[in-house]
Design a protein around this ligand. Structure first.
Ligand code: SF4
Ligand code: SF4
Length: 385
């Protein structure tokens, strides 16, 4: 370990506490209300955990706790003042489902695919007919973060996982269910969690075919974090009101500490506890991973946890790259590290047509490895628009 560990509370794992009854007073919660949202009630009103608060473009947001919800004067947030205790009793209970009751549970639990952008799970499943043939992938990886949801699932939710696999087989008897859990040789490395890349790697499909199979619903893809929340709803009765936040540290020399750290947080809860519990050297934070465009902020201004946007946070001793872009030095690192041979150097050489945009899975690796600090990711976005 290159630099000091954070306090124990900072690294605690969810399953140490998950199956116990939690009783905590967490105070105020703040939940964004996007414009165009349909509110489920007039506010202020009392809400209880799991109750529908708003719908927006098919996505539902549920009350994360019991309390009194009010709209802020600008109508842009719900403020929930938690009253009394909040209890979670996550004990496995076997339930039988058919396709209708399963989809109803997805809807009631506000479940969304955490692998495909902005896709409510019920709507996603409705694209697949129960009597049709397609490939159904259960991937042990998550799109956005390296947390080991496979291990979490198999450690404390194994029975639920096997019930779910049986359920899928009974609902979709003609589907080819490919379960990649419990395969010892399969290890996570970015970008294995990106669905089209996972298909490209496992089936040796070219990336274009992999993308098409997802778009045309030849493949139903469920990553490990999505599966984790499905199990919580179907077999533990827990709606999607909590999510893991993976925490990474980067020291002043730019070295990243990859030891898995995570919190299991409630939607809308304040993130002020992060700077309060951490080494004061980490002053900068970004909710984006190093493979995305970093949007740095003062660690004291993290605000509130948003279950649909926050899955990872990187804490920096100092801002890593505010350097200028230098000229390309023809080192070819971008091409060498590109996992799909999309030929990103051509974007820098001004030969956009020779960049194979159909092969690009937007993993961000080329930008991370460019020694000249060229934001290749931005050039790719311009081409993909
Ligand atoms: S071009 Fe860059 S972002 Fe696209 S797949 Fe290759 S490394 Fe990833
Ligand atoms: S990694 Fe950067 S400097 Fe090297 S060839 Fe690619 S764009 Fe040029």
């Amino acid at each position: 370990m290159l630099f000091p560990r954070l306090p124990r509370a900072f690294a605690r794992k969810f399953h140490k506490t998950e199956n116990k009854r939690e009783r905590t007073i967490q105070g105020q919660f703040l939940i964004p209300v996007p414009s165009g949202s349909v509110l489920s009630d007039s506010y202020p009103t009392r809400v209880s955990h799991g109750q529908l608060m708003l719908s927006h473009n098919g996505t539902k947001v549920l009350a994360p706790v019991n309390g009194v919800a009010t709209l802020t004067p600008d109508q842009k947030f719900f403020q929930i003042k938690q009253d009394g205790s909040w209890s979670t009793n996550s004990v496995y209970k076997h339930q039988s489902y058919d396709v209708h009751t399963m989809l109803q549970a997805f809807d009631d639990g506000a479940l969304a695919s955490l692998d495909l952008m902005n896709t409510p799970l019920k709507d996603y499943f409705l694209k697949f007919k129960t009597n049709s043939s397609f490939t159904l992938i259960l991937s042990p990886f998550s799109r956005y973060q390296h947390l080991d949801f496979e291990e979490m699932t198999l450690t404390s939710m194994k029975e639920a996982f096997h019930s779910f696999v049986e359920l899928l087989n009974s609902i979709f008897p003609k589907a080819d269910v490919k379960n990649y859990f419990e395969i010892p040789d399969l290890h996570y490395e970015h970008p294995n969690g990106i669905p089209e890349y996972f298909l490209h790697k496992q089936f040796q499909w070219d990336v274009v075919k992999a993308k098409k199979s997802l778009q045309s619903n030849e493949v139903l893809y469920l990553g490990a974090e999505t599966i984790y929340h499905i199990l919580r709803k179907l077999y533990y009765g827990e709606p999607f009101t909590k999510r893991h936040l993976a925490v990474f540290l980067v020291d002043r020399k730019g070295r990243m500490d990859l030891e898995p750290r995570q919190y299991f947080l409630t939607n809308g809860q304040s993130l002020a506890f992060i700077p309060a519990n951490m080494d004061k050297r980490y002053k900068i934070a970004s909710f984006d991973t190093v493979f995305e465009a970093i949007q740095p902020m003062d660690v004291q201004t993290l605000g509130y946890f948003n279950i649909y946007e926050h899955y990872s946070i990187t804490l920096y001793e100092r801002l890593p790259i505010s350097r200028k872009e230098f000229s390309c030095i023809d080192c070819m690192e971008c091409n060498q590290y590109c996992p799909t041979q999309a030929n990103p150097i051509q974007l820098i050489k001004g030969k956009k047509e020779e960049f194979d945009k159909d092969k690009c899975v937007s993993c961000g690796i080329c930008s991370v490895y460019c020694p000249a600090g060229i934001d290749i990711r931005k050039r790719i976005e311009e081409v993909l628009v």
